[in-house]
Ligand binder design. Structure first.
Ligand SMILES: NC(=O)C1=CN([C@@H]2O[C@H](COP(=O)(O)OP(=O)(O)OC[C@H]3O[C@@H](n4cnc5c(N)ncnc54)[C@H](O)[C@@H]3O)[C@@H](O)[C@H]2O)C=CC1
Ligand SMILES: O=C(O)C1=N[C@H](C(=O)O)C[C@H](O)C1
Length: 268
């Protein structure tokens, strides 16, 4: 039997970075071969075992290229700017690049594409099974209802989150738009404040709550006259995102270069 696929985690000291390290170490289908932090971070050069109590023998580095050269997959939950750099390096190393990072601009999403000519890229605003199922349900409900039903996506996250609406909220909004046969960009309404005027018919609205240690909560509200439907997902443990990302890294091993998402991985 050959060696298990080697995985590098970027943003190793972050909330998701640490969760991902624990998930790879706990997996019997993958090996942790590297942990990358940003340049000058005080974890660089230190053994993960001493820092986290797991991953003994893996020395944290700020040299992503060197780390990626030893890997079959890179799992990356960092920032859009860092992910763009890592996409090029993962392509050079022909390593599957699993991207959990959110908050990309349209131009940044466009800039991710060339790397996918050379390596598998799996990107999703949410890597959990539950949210990906909810996305499918959202599309189905939106397909069944007409514009008399107002669609609102409401999300809540911890007070350290820097982007809004969340990547998940955008995924759900895209699914609702697809179900309704419209383009989200033309119907997105977020950040209401002041005298906004009446709600535009057919809009897909977004609201973001930030507070405390909320892991991630998403409601898709279909509001009609005299009745409402609410589809809801509540995450209570970041392990759901990490396990999904490890699954994606393994799934990518025998795929052709290109851009994929968690629907592909989960076969939904
Ligand atoms: N797709 C999904 O299922 C999920 C996505 N996320 C997304 O993942 C991202 C990270 O979230 P958190 O872990 O909560 O944030 P965090 O702020 O705790 O961690 C991000 C880490 O990236 C590191 N970083 C930044 N630039 C870097 C560089 N150039 N090289 C190496 N490391 C670098 C930071 O030092 C930090 O440790 C966010 O965009 C978040 O929305 C979070 C949870 C689930
Ligand atoms: O930043 C987070 O924490 C999360 N980000 C993702 C998002 O933007 O949707 C996924 C999850 O909700 C947690």
């Amino acid at each position: 039997m050959g060696e298990l696929p080697g995985i590098v985690i970027t943003g190793a000291s972050g909330r998701m970075g640490q969760m991902l390290i624990r998930s790879v170490v706990a997996s019997d289908k993958a090996r942790l071969v590297g942990a990358v932090v940003r340049a000058g971070h005080d974890w660089a050069g230190r053994d993960l075992g001493a820092l986290m109590g797991v991953g003994h023998g893996v020395v944290v580095t700020d040299d992503a290229l060197e780390a990626f050269a030893k890997a079959q997959a890179v799992i990356d939950f960092t920032t859009p700017e860092a992910t763009l750099e890592f996409a090029e390096l993962a392509a050079q190393a022909r390593a599957t690049h699993v991207i959990g990072t959110t908050g990309f601009t349209d131009a940044q999403l466009e800039a991710l594409k060339p790397a996918a000519f050379h390596a598998v890229q799996v990107r999703a605003g949410n890597m959990s099974l539950g949210v990906n199922l909810l996305t499918q349900l959202t599309k189905k409900v939106a397909q069944a209802l007409d514009e008399d039903w107002d669609i609102e996506v409401i999300e809540a996250h911890h007070n350290r989150k820097v982007d809004a609406p969340s990547g998940t909220a955008l995924m759900l909004g895209e699914a609702a738009a697809e179900g309704r046969g419209i383009t989200l960009a033309d119907h997105k309404e977020s950040g209401r404040d002041g005298i906004t005027g009446a709600r535009e018919k057919g809009a897909i609205g977004f609201s973001a709550i930030r507070g405390g240690d909320i892991v991630g909560e998403h409601d898709v509200l279909f509001a009609g006259m005299g009745e409402r439907i609410v589809l809801r997902h509540i995450a209570t443990d970041r392990g759901i995102f990490a396990r999904g990302a490890v699954k994606a890294a393994l799934w990518g091993q025998d795929k052709e270069p290109g851009q994929y998402d968690m629907m592909d991985v989960l076969g939904l």
